[in-house]
Each structure stands twice: as structure tokens, then as C-alpha cells.
Design a protein around this ligand. Structure first.
Ligand code: G6P
Length: 630
């Protein structure tokens, strides 16, 4: 959701910024824009509603030569996705004819923008857009004028310059969140970045810097990165980065190493990122387990929980929270932790948990599951639980993200960047981490050494089982072609496969725009069965597990109403094969691993149906990869 890129150095800024914006497309957006500063101290701006190719077309005549620029992809919140509402926004340009002094790009929400706008209008500022962000541009201009009016500041320190002071003053008046990048018309050697609740990173080069709202634009350009923290303002020149914290003053920016190659953010020979990410799963599952299986003690080990075994031993309740696909992984976690660790678990939508104020007893541990680490509702739920004094841990894919930084500790997925909006590899990695946690908590409680070892042995076979599952792609593609015109799909499963039914339905909705519902198989009789007809396919998750016979009964109920059945079964299951219209055979595995193994055909089914329908698989309409607004 919204992306920021800025460049300062010696290369063509417009090219660098545009390339960076392309790498951020996956976040979801509906308009874009770019601003560069030319040699005559003029800010040239180009904006376009719609996809980035419209901006590229508008730029065909070229932006002026410039080695400093900022760009943005916008996902509309305040104001429609029009050219005018796209960023960058210019500040200054009063009705009395004064020129514009700043250009800004902003991620986040300015909650008090109406008050600020009213005040700035009284000062004479003329607003060109319906956005909340434009107030920031005028506010910086207003602060700058005031600072200059107070007389010249004699300082050699860039972080104490009037421009930086103006940004600091301006952001101190904002209520809400911001990742902000500012270009000053009369400062061709300065970009100012500021962050509160919306990420910004700075890629460090030699004589050049690339600033972005996540690390993907940096890949292949630099492996040195500075993660800006909340309340920090960075002054970036071609020679240096200076960082000032609101409370502690100047701080030394920590330059960390970035393990992200250009390949990680490219799609290689795959038609879509989603397909690439589906095929990466044997490896990402291995990565989620790497170094975390302790055979000697038959348990799992985690480096970053930051809680002692005795603190964890005292935990008597677990709350798992997240949104979307992460919420489904949390549901898989509920089944796993309750079965293997005998710990009561509750799964809460983060958007509900943040306001619901449920009674939560002492010794409750919260896990926030999030691929991006930036989802606004998940962050708010985590903060609320922290505020109440509960230990909070993040299960997260994006290193250095806000949720990863704010949680007391956590577990990284190590799945590499997930670019396709529909989450695939992050889901299976989250399920693997849930399985590791079930083992860990189980071994702290009732699970015997032998049981622990058997569990580890099963987990170690998982990457190969997933590789084998991927071989069903041609079968799934055939099914997708036959059912691509259905208006509604049902997904049914029981126990471990109920969360997977929800996830399968979500995948299909997200990328093919077909209505789909996931249900516990038996619950289907209490409503959804009314939808069943010869044109409404039902996907049954029906491996040979503890509830196999029961699910067959549900399948017969659908067949009796002439509903077509697509059955995902264990290899060699002749019984279901005779009943179902379509069969997808998967390798047999222990019940608790089935949601991971069986997620493969469901991802592939959604993918191929979306392709047959001509949908934009990686960038589905209206969706954003990370939802940073409430
Ligand atoms: C958005 C994405 C979903 C994702 C959800 C939670 O809605 O489109 O694919 O599951 O956010 O994201 P998170 O990054 O917190 O896992």
C-alpha cells in the first residue's frame, strides 16, 4: 500500500526512481508520480492515475536531467485516484504568487489534516488536491518561511539546517502516521526523510543514496541499509546521512547489511511472481526450519524469543492474531498448539482485538503473525497487548519491519521477499513456524522425547512432500480450465483442513474475483448447501486422516444435490475417486502437516483459474500487499 522511492547521487534520478517504483508495484497502488530538481532549481513533476506504465508513457518526453528526485505509488485513501491527487505534492505556491519550495511524497494518514488545512488556508496556501498529504507540503513551507524570517542560522551541520528544522517542526504537528520524503527547490544536495509508523529505509552507496519504503528497490544496487526508526528524521546529501531523533537528538545511523539480491525481487522465467513463489516453497519451508530443530532434546530452538524457558513455562494461554492469510495461519497454529502443547489458544482478528478489550489473564502470550510486519491493525493489536503488559512476539517475514521491531521478540520466516499480493510461501512458512512452536511448547510440557523425535522426523520430510505436491500442477491446470467460469466455489475441510478451506477460498477470491466460501465440511449443511447446484463446484479437502469417513458423508451430501466435487485426496484413494468429479492426489502425510502439503494445489487452482480469466494475478484489483491503514 503506497510506495516511496527517492534518489540522490550522480545518476539519472528519474530512471532510478522509476525502477524503484516498479519494484514496489506489488504493494498495491492506483496512481503514481515523480518529481526531480533540475539545474535551474525548478521542480519538475509528472503524475498519472492508473498503473505505472501510464506514468512511464507520460515520461516518454523525459524529465529534465537530474541526479536528485522522489517518487510515489499511491493507494487512495483521502481523495479519488486521480492525476491531481497523486504524489508528489508541492508546498508553497501561495495565492500571492510565491513559488513552491518543496515537493513531498508521503505514506500514512494525517488524521488532523482538516485542522491543519484550515489554518494553512488562512495563511494563504492554495490546495490543489483532496489529499491529506498535501498539508504536509504546505506545512513544511510555512515552517521554513518562519525559520527564515527569524534570521539566518549559522550552521555547518546539515541536520541543523533550516530545511531539516522545518521538517522536524512540521512533523511534530502531525497526528497520524508518516513515511515522508522531502525535496527542497533550493537545495539540490539534500533530501530529508522522516518516519513515524510507516517504514523508510536508506540504501547506502558510494556518493549516492536510494531511499525507499521497503528494501526491494535497493536489491542489486547496494547491500548496505539503514532502517529509519519512528520519530527519526534523516538529512541525506551525496556525502552523508545524518539522523536526528525527536527525543535523543543526533544519533549515529546503524548501517546494516542487506541480504537481498536482484534475483530475489525478479520473477526469473516464471510468468508471475505468484507462480515463482509457489514453486519456492520446498526451499522456503526448509529455510523456516533451518537451525531450529534440536534432535538431542527433541525440540525446536529459536534465537529471538527473548523470553526464558521458565517465563515460557509459566505461559498458560496463547493469543494468536493477524489479518487475512496470516489469520488463517494462526488458525492452523491453534489446532497445532492445542493438540501438541495442550495450551489453550485463541485466534483473534487483529482489527477486532485492537478494540474489543477482551479480559486477558496474566501469563498470556501474544503472537502477531504478519508477512509484511506493517499491517496497521496487527500493529495496533500488538501495541494494545503490550500496553496491558503481556509479552508479545512477532512471526514475521520482513526483517526490520515495524512489528518485528516493536515486539518483545519473535521468529522470522526467512521466506525471502513475497511480491505476489496473494500470499503463498509466507503462509506455508507461518504454518511451519506454528508447528515448531507447538513442538517447543509441547516439549516444555507433556510431549515425550520419543514423540518429539517422531514429530521432528515428520517435519524433516515436509520439503520433499511439498515438492511432490507441486507435480500435480498439470492436473490442477486442467481442472482450472474446466471450472473457470463458475460463479461460486465452496471449499470444505474439517479439523486441520478447515483453516485451509478458508485460505483456499480466500486465494480464489483475491485473484480470480470469483465468489468463494470456506467452511468446516459438516457446517456446510447449515446454510451454504443452499448454494449447491450443478454449476457450483465444491473443493473437498479429504486426506486419509482422523475425520476421513465423516468428510465422505459430507461429500455424498453435495453429490446428492448434483454439485460437482473437486477432491484433494491422499494418493491411491480409490473410494473418493469414484465419488468425485475431479481428483487431485497428494502424498500421504501426518494429519498435522496436511494444511501445508494441501495448500499447494489450492494455490495452483486459484492461480490457473485467474490466468484463464485474464486477471492480473500479481496485482489484483483493490488489494494491497501490506495494508498500512485501518
Ligand atoms: C493484505 C494482503 C493479504 C495479507 C494481509 C495481512 O490484505 O492482501 O494477502 O494476508 O494483508 O498481511 P500481513 O503482511 O500482515 O501478513
Amino acid at each position: 500500500m503506497c510506495g516511496i522511492v527517492g534518489y540522490i547521487g550522480f545518476r539519472q534520478a528519474a530512471e532510478r526512481v522509476l525502477e524503484g517504483l516498479q519494484r514496489l508495484e506489488y504493494r498495491g497502488y492506483d496512481s503514481s508520480g515523480i518529481a526531480v530538481l533540475d539545474h535551474d532549481a525548478e521542480v519538475s513533476v509528472q503524475k498519472a492515475a492508473g498503473r505505472l506504465d501510464r506514468l512511464e508513457a507520460a515520461l516518454a518526453n523525459g524529465l529534465p536531467d537530474s541526479s536528485i528526485g522522489i517518487g510515489h505509488t499511491r493507494w487512495a485513501t483521502h481523495g479519488a485516484p486521480t492525476d491531481g491527487n497523486a504524489h508528489p505534492h508541492l508546498g508553497g505556491g501561495c495565492a500571492n504568487g510565491q513559488g513552491q519550495s518543496v515537493a513531498i511524497v508521503h505514506n500514512g494518514v494525517v488524521e488532523n489534516f482538516r485542522n491543519l488545512k484550515a489554518r494553512l488556508e488562512v495563511e494563504g496556501y492554495v490546495f490543489q488536491s483532496e489529499t491529506d498529504s498535501e498539508v504536509i507540503a504546505h506545512l513544511i513551507d510555512s515552517c521554513l518561511k518562519q525559520i527564515m524570517a527569524e534570521g539566518p542560522r549559522v550552521t555547518d551541520d546539515i541536520d541543523d539546517s533550516p530545511c531539516v528544522a522545518a521538517v522536524r517542526q512540521a512533523v511534530s504537528q502531525l497526528r497520524g502516521t508518516y513515511g515522508l520524503l522531502v525535496l527542497f527547490r533550493h537545495k539540490p544536495d539534500l533530501l530529508v526523510a522522516a518516519r513515524l509508523g510507516s517504514p523508510l529505509v536508506i540504501g547506502v552507496g558510494d556518493g549516492e543514496y536510494l531511499i525507499a519504503s521497503d528494501a526491494s528497490p535497493l536489491a542489486g544496487h547496494t547491500n548496505r541499509i539503514v532502517y529509519l526508526a519512528d520519530h527519526e528524521v534523516a538529512a541525506i546529501t551525496r556525502q552523508q546521512v545524518r539522523v536526528v531523533h525527536r527525543d535523543t537528538g543526533r544519533i549515529e545511523p546503524a548501517v546494516q547489511s542487506l541480504e537481498l539480491a536482484a534475483n530475489d525481487v525478479g520473477r526469473g522465467d516464471y510468468a508471475h511472481f505468484m507462480l515463482k513463489e509457489i514453486y519456492e516453497q520446498p526451499e522456503t519451508i526448509r529455510a523456516a526450519m533451518r537451525g531450529r530443530l534440536d534432535h538431542d532434546n527433541a525440540t525446536a530452538v529459536f534465537g529471538g524469543l527473548n523470553l526464558t524457558p521458565s517465563q515460557l513455562q509459566a505461559i498458560n494461554r496463547v493469543v494468536l492474531t493477524g489479518c487475512g492469510t496470516s489469520w488463517h495461519a494462526a488458525m492452523v497454529g491453534e489446532y497445532l498448539i492445542e493438540e501438541f502443547a495442550r495450551l489453550p489458544v485463541e485466534v483473534e482478528y487483529a482489527s477486532e482485538l485492537r478494540y474489543r478489550n477482551p479480559p486477558i489473564s496474566k501469563n498470556t502470550l501474544l503472537f502477531a503473525l504478519t508477512q509484511s510486519g506493517e499491517t496497521a491493525d496487527t500493529l495496533a493489536a500488538l501495541r494494545e497487548m503490550k500496553r496491558k503488559g503481556h509479552p508479545t512476539l512477532a512471526i514475521c517475514n520482513t526483517v526490520g519491519s515495524t512489528i518485528a521491531s516493536e515486539a518483545d521478540g519473535g521468529i522470522y520466516l526467512h521466506a525471502g521477499p513475497e511480491i505476489g499480493v496473494a500470499s503463498t510461501k509466507a503462509f506455508t512458512s507461518q504454518c511451519v513456524v506454528m508447528a515448531l512452536l507447538a513442538l517447543y511448547f509441547g516439549r516444555l510440557r507433556h510431549m515425550s522425547l520419543e514423540q518429539g523425535l517422531a514429530y521432528i522426523e515428520a517435519l524433516e520430510k515436509l520439503p520433499d512432500l511439498v515438492s511432490e505436491s507441486l507435480t500435480v500442477e498439470p492436473v490442477v491446470r486442467g481442472i482450472a480450465e474446466r471450472y473457470r467460469n463458475a460463479g461460486t466455489f465452496l471449499y470444505l475441510g474439517r479439523q486441520y483442513n478447515f483453516p485451509l478451506a478458508l485460505e483456499g477460498a480466500l486465494k480464489l477470491k483475491e485473484i480470480s474475483y470469483i465468489h468463494a466460501e470456506g467452511y468446516p465440511a459438516a457446517e456446510m449443511k447449515h446454510g451454504p448447501i443452499a448454494l449447491v447446484d450443478p454449476l457450483t463446484p465444491t473443493v473437498f479437502l479429504i486426506p486419509k486422516d482422523g475425520v476421513y469417513e465423516k468428510v465422505i458423508l459430507n461429500l455424498e451430501e453435495i453429490k446428492a444435490r448434483k454439485g460437482p466435487v473437486i477432491a484433494v485426496v491422499s494418493k491411491g484413494d480409490d473410494r473418493v475417486s469414484e465419488l468425485a468429479d475431479e481428483v487431485i492426489e497428494l502424498p500421504a502425510c501426518p494429519d498435522f502437516l496436511n494444511p501445508i502439503v494441501a495448500s499447494i494445489p489450492l494455490q495452483l487452482l486459484a492461480y490457473h483459474i485467474a490466468c484463464f480469466r485474464g486477471c492480473d494475478v500479481d496485482k489484483p484489483r483493490n488489494l494491497a500487499k501490506s495494508v498500512t491503514v485501518e
